[in-house]
Design a protein around this ligand. Structure first.
Ligand code: ATP
Ligand code: MG
Length: 456
């Protein structure tokens, strides 16, 4: 609920366009703002510039949520900002910003943006032939800055010392009505930066806001533009979508809008095939991620990617085993190569996540082999915990694995004698009779999963 605002409709501008909400009309206090952000604002003002808190920080404070971070907007150029702080670094090319570091906190400082259409852009503004902005470094004033932002609720400016809130886009009204409204003409704004479609989904999921009809409808028309965005930027956006604590809601919307086809084409196709195991696995993984984050637990992108790409991997593996009689081990390696190379054309996966993701997959085969010293060795594997969690996820989604998850759960908590008994309870591998494969009930059922026996 929007608790902190008493009276928002106070147009004070000549045109009645923007609103300054004074201190007696809201409950925001400068002490809600981190010391680092206040320091940045104070030092910029001391140096003769104007500076405001803007973006998610203001939005979240007004909603009584904990802001993730604080962003500052100023009329100082990046070079001028850098000259004010000893701990500042200019970053980014497409969109130059300055990071000012205070211990572990980084304040992102941006210079007021202007419009490009007036021809003032020079080489500070560039776009592809499809109209996608590849550089956005034309500077302007606070009002043009507000109009260049994405959503009205993200374009509120707060000055902690004089306590004013400046609203050039009617963002306060949208905030109060819990609406997400893209600023300006939705067609043009999605075209110049298609990532805004993903941001719309993320904020709608995170804030529980409803998109206004124009904001929503225009997404369906511009989904294809996402194909033009560099894979590295899409990887960053995927992490924000899946690691915000609202992955389930985001996933539902990505699927609904057709955006998932551009982020995870293989997964999207597997979901479209109607296989309920794949549906359950992908959504159970999102729900688990949300739960873990709410419980303050760690979530790794390697696990998220392992789960998101499991459906196409599983499908490809099954095809190789069935049609080419390949061993599970070889099928997994070959299928993983194919799935990863298809995915890399859409979102990058940095090596530090790609390698553990593939280990989580390989361990799914190895977890079936528990004889002798194997089980003891496996629990020592640095990736064991993630692989075990993944195994439970597969079972939760309906894959039948002969109680493998329960076996590992018991093994981990058992004492030495209990561990030995569990290992003894396994049939000795030498005498194991080849198990008869049960006839699958239907092509889409979970029981026709190639039971990874790890022997091959
Ligand atoms: P979060 O809580 O995720 O940090 P945020 O709204 O602060 O949400 P940021 O990505 O930190 O999002 O961006 C800060 C602000 O910069 C946004 O609130 C918005 O005003 C502006 N912004 C960011 N990305 C875009 C974009 N692609 N197009 C237009 N404005 C943007
Ligand atoms: Mg932010």
């Amino acid at each position: 609920m929007l608790k902190r605002l008493y009276n928002i409709f106070k147009p004070t501008d000549d045109n009645g366009v923007f609103q300054v909400v004074a201190e007696d009309q809201h409950q925001l206090s400068k002490f809600d703002v981190s010391r680092a952000a206040r320091k940045v604002i104070d030092q910029l003002k001391k140096a003769g510039y104007s500076a405001y808190l803007v973006g998610g920080g203001v939005r979240d404070l007004l909603l009584d949520n904990d802001p993730k971070d604080f962003d500052v907007a100023t009329d100082a150029t990046p070079e001028q900002i850098k000259a004010v702080f000893s701990n500042a670094r200019i970053i980014g090319k497409r969109f130059r910003i300055v990071h000012v570091r205070f211990g572990r906190e980084i304040i992102e400082v941006t210079t007021f943006r202007g419009t490009h259409s007036d021809g003032a852009g020079g080489n500070e503004s560039a776009q592809t032939d499809k109209g996608i902005l590849t550089r956005d470094n034309v500077y302007g004033d606070i009002k043009s800055d507000a109009l260049r932002r994405d959503f009205t609720v993200n374009a509120l400016y707060y000055e902690p010392n004089d306590s004013a809130i400046l609203d050039y886009t009617n963002g306060l009204a949208d905030l109060q009505n819990r609406q997400l409204r893209l600023i300006g003409d939705p067609d043009a704004r999605y075209k110049e930066d298609p990532v805004r479609m993903l941001r719309a989904v993320r904020f709608a999921a995170k804030l529980g806001f409803t998109m206004t009809p124009e904001t929503e409808v225009a997404i369906y028309k511009h989904v294809d533009y996402l194909g033009e965005i560099p894979a590295a930027r899409l990887f960053e956006e995927v992490l924000k979508l899946f690691m915000s604590g609202y992955a389930t809601a985001a996933l539902n919307q990505l699927k609904e809008f057709g955006l998932l086809a551009y982020l995870f084409p293989g997964t999207n196709a597997a979901l479209d095939s109607g296989n309920s195991y794949y549906q359950k696995l992908v959504f159970a993984s999102a729900t688990n991620t949300d739960k873990r984050l709410r419980g303050g637990k760690r979530v790794t992108p390697a696990f998220i990617y392992a789960a998101m790409l499991w459906p196409p991997l599983h499908q490809a593996m099954k095809d190789l085993v069935d049609s080419q009689k390949m061993s599970h081990h070889d099928a997994l390696q070959l299928a993983a190569q194919g799935v990863v190379s298809q995915q890399l054309a859409h979102t990058s996966i940095p090596k530090r996540f790609l390698i553990p993701m593939r280990e989580i997959w390989s361990l799914q085969l190895r977890l079936t082999r528990r004889e002798g010293k194997r089980a003891y060795q496996l629990v020592e594997n640095p990736r064991f915990r993630a692989a075990y969690d993944f195994l439970l996820l597969r079972e939760e989604a309906g894959e039948r694995l002969d109680g493998l998850g329960l076996w590992w759960t018991q093994f981990q908590s058992a004492d030495q004698a209990g561990k030995e008994a569990l290992i003894k309870s396994l049939a000795p591998s030498g005498n194991r009779k080849p198990r008869r494969r049960r006839k699958p009930k239907s092509a889409a059922s979970a029981s026709d999963t190639p039971a990874p026996d790890g022997k091959s």
